[in-house]
Design a protein around this ligand. Structure first.
Ligand code: SF4
Length: 704
């Protein structure tokens, strides 16, 4: 066999950019080799440190190798037959004793569209809409605002239409320099080389700031607001634009024709901002007013301006309103429906977009069809052959809150809620003490799997085939590049077996392509796709008919709302639910660095990634460090009302005075032992980005 014959093209398992990679299988169980895929559609051969290290976890010694069943508090190895029998009898028991809503199902953005499609179908066949995925923790509010005001819960444009078209890149609450490195180095950098201006809005200076030397030029700007003040900052931008239009109507501050023909709600925005006090708002944000006004002018005067939005915007109790204000800005300036514009969430995990698209959410079926829309539900029921519950279910954080009350069992596929959910100490206690039964399918023994009753060894990204959907809606095929580890199984095969044993029919699929064929039947935005048509390039949804080439950007003619109009709605500042006081005088905010990925299940086991950042740390401003007497590199205890962690202090001006910044990546010192589990009322996303905290010095590091 030639070298070329053994190289297979697939998709990087880490972030939502969706880079193509090529892998050469070793002999027998020999070492896999990562190879560049030179003409990959998204990245043209480039990868970041995570993509280059992706093969390191596949044959890791910690891989789960056999099904495990817990007896008397200890795991014992079991056969698959024993595990399946136990799972089926417990799922039936929970349903008999508590009804179908006694279970919660967690999908996984690290698995394929086909596997998440099966998981949500299994939940609904079981009789519950209590199914969700990690988008609840990252972009649920973004999806909500985009779907409600524009029609679809996804990036309106594409990375590819930036480089030629965008004059301004407005990056708010996102850090592509670390979290989406290839998007940053390939698309954003090219746009900047073509003359684009970067406006970064972030409480923390980071690799994005440094990659464009934002703080060193007059062309670019870094606005550094206090966490939780994005609405007043954008209201200053909007007020500046509206006032300048009033004074100089011919200068093009707003797009009157676009507002007139394609939107509604402009009057509401004007009324909301009629008495808005820009000076007071700038004080609230902690940013000089003239800097925000200058940024407003740059955005408004651009031919094409694109907004990129991240978890700094979405992870607030006002997350939906934060993103709505970005939509307001794009709509009043006509920056939608054409290349190089839009409101564009940068999605975290490699299939978090697809996991939502295929219906692993409590309120929507595949293709974002609402479960309480009779017509939509009946069209899916006609294919599935069973009745779907007609009320939205619980989100994953609500499921977690309900453990011991209405929730008695969990089915967790490839997720680690103890690490990913806020107020992690309480999540752990509830799972340990109040749960009757938990199944976890994963590749490693996670913090959550430790508490399960049955643990099933699943396959990694390298061993499975299927499709994933990247941040700009591109559905791409993943291909098997490595032999399946003995006695492990694909998540899809586990779900098919459990579904068939429970229900007799509806879950008999020979492979991923058969599952995809059923998925496209019930998912109109993907109906036109087939495995053959996806090929190596993939297709960006919506793709309604076979032969459609997909869509690089959305809403060229009209929005996908009921009346085809984009919805403008003025919003007002809402403080975070927990603000500093005498006891907890600091604002705690959280994020990740380039080498971190989600709950660290894979990245903490990667030697390359672990070497770079071996322990957790907290960024603290020099003025605060002096006040507390903290030296750079000293270990400190960071404390909130919910717990405490020990981390190394990094004294740096990257963060603002009064704001401390840390990460959720390490188990014992995860920021999520401190974060607040209060939710946005509509999207139910937790407020990870702002809590009150205190620091104590003179502490030895904890073992992580
Ligand atoms: Fe993988 Fe994202 Fe890095 Fe691309 S940018 S190689 S998808 S982690």
């Amino acid at each position: 066999m030639s070298t070329e014959d053994t190289q297979t093209k697939t998709i990087c398992p880490y972030c939502g950019v969706g880079c193509g990679i090529r892998v050469r299988e070793g002999d027998e169980r020999g070492e896999m080799q990562f190879m560049p895929w030179g003409d990959a559609p998204v990245n043209e051969g480039r990868v970041c440190i995570k993509g280059g290290a992706a093969t390191e976890v596949v044959d890791h010694e910690d891989r789960l190798t056999d099904p495990l069943i817990k007896e008397d508090g200890e795991f014992r190895e079991a056969t698959w037959e024993e595990a399946y029998s136990h799972i089926v009898s417990e799922l039936e028991r929970v349903r008999d004793e508590h009804g179908p809503d006694g279970m919660g199902f967690y999908g996984s953005s690290k698995t394929t569209n086909e596997e998440n499609y099966l998981l949500q179908k299994l939940a609904r066949r079981y009789g519950t809409n209590n199914v969700d995925n990690c988008t609840r923790m990252c972009h649920a509010s973004t999806v909500w605002a985009l779907r409600t005001s524009l029609g679809m819960g996804a990036m309106t444009n594409s990375m590819a239409d930036l480089e030629e078209a965008a004059d301004v890149l407005w990056i708010q609450g996102a850090n592509p320099g670390e979290q989406h490195p290839i998007a940053n180095s390939q698309y954003f950098r090219q746009a900047v080389l073509e003359g684009a201006t970067v406006i970064q809005v972030d409480p923390h200076a980071n690799k994005t700031t440094r990659s464009f030397k934002i703080d060193e030029t007059e062309r670019h700007q870094h606005l550094q607001p206090k966490p939780g003040t994005d609405i007043p900052l954008l209201n200053i931008v909007l007020k500046t634009i509206l006032d300048n239009h009033e004074e100089n109507p011919g200068e093009g501050w707003i797009d009157e024709q676009f507002i007139e023909e394609r939107t509604e709600g402009f009057e509401h925005l004007k009324e909301t901002l009629a008495d808005f006090d820009k000076d007071a708002a700038a004080e609230t944000c902690g940013v000089p007013l003239e800097d925000i006004e200058l940024a407003a002018e740059k955005y408004a005067m651009a031919n094409n301006a694109a907004i990129f939005t991240g978890m700094g915007m979405s992870q607030h109790t006002c997350g939906v309103d934060n993103v709505q204000n970005e939509i307001n800005l794009a709509l009043v300036t006509g920056n939608l429906g054409k290349p190089g514009t839009g409101v564009n969430p940068l999605r975290g995990q490699n299939n978090v977009q697809g996991t939502c698209d295929v219906g692993a959410m409590p309120n929507v079926l595949p293709g974002y069809q609402l479960v309480d829309d009779d017509e939509a539900r009946e069209s899916v029921e006609a294919v599935w052959g069973f009745e779907i519950p007609d009320e939205p279910g619980l989100t994953n954080v609500e499921i977690s809150h309900e453990i011991g009350d209405s929730i008695h069992g969990l089915y967790v596929m490839g997720e680690n809620p103890i690490m990913s959910e806020p107020d992690g100490n309480v999540v752990e206690r509830r799972m340990r003490e109040d749960l009757e039964f938990m199944i976890v399918q994963d590749i490693f023994m996670t913090e959550t799997a430790e508490l399960a009753d049955v643990v099933l060894p699943a396959t990694t990204w390298a061993e499975r085939g299927g499709t994933v959907t990247n941040t700009d809606r591109r559905v791409q095929r993943m291909r098997e590049v490595h032999k399946v580890h003995e006695n492990t199984k694909h998540d899809r095969d586990i779900l098919c077996e459990v579904g068939t044993r429970l229900f007799g029919e509806g879950f008999e699929f020979a492979d991923s392509e058969e599952i995809f064929e059923e998925l496209r039947e019930v998912c109109p935005i993907m109906y036109g796709m087939t495995y053959d048509a996806l090929g190596e390039e993939g297709i960006q949804w919506p793709c309604y008919e076979e032969g459609d080439e997909g869509n690089q950007y959305l809403y060229e003619e009209e929005f996908e709302t009921e009346n085809g109009l984009g919805q403008i709605e003025g919003v007002v500042h809402q403080e975070p639910k927990e603000v500093p006081d005498d006891e907890y005088p600091l604002v705690l905010t959280t994020a990740r660095v380039e080498e971190h990925y989600n709950t660290g299940t894979m990245s903490r086991r990667s030697p390359t990634l672990s070497r770079q950042v071996p322990e957790n740390f907290v960024d603290i401003h020099p003025a605060d460090a002096e006040r507390y007497g903290i030296a750079d590199g000293e270990h400190v205890t960071l404390r909130s009302r919910r717990g405490e962690i020990t981390v190394k202090a990094q004294v740096t001006e990257d963060t603002k005075e009064g704001v401390v910044w840390t990460t959720p990546h390490f188990a014992a010192s995860s920021a999520n032992r401190l974060t607040n589990d209060v939710l946005d009322e509509r999207a139910k996303i937790p407020e990870y980005k702002a809590a009150a905290a205190e620091i104590e010095v003179g502490i030895e590091p904890a073992d992580d």
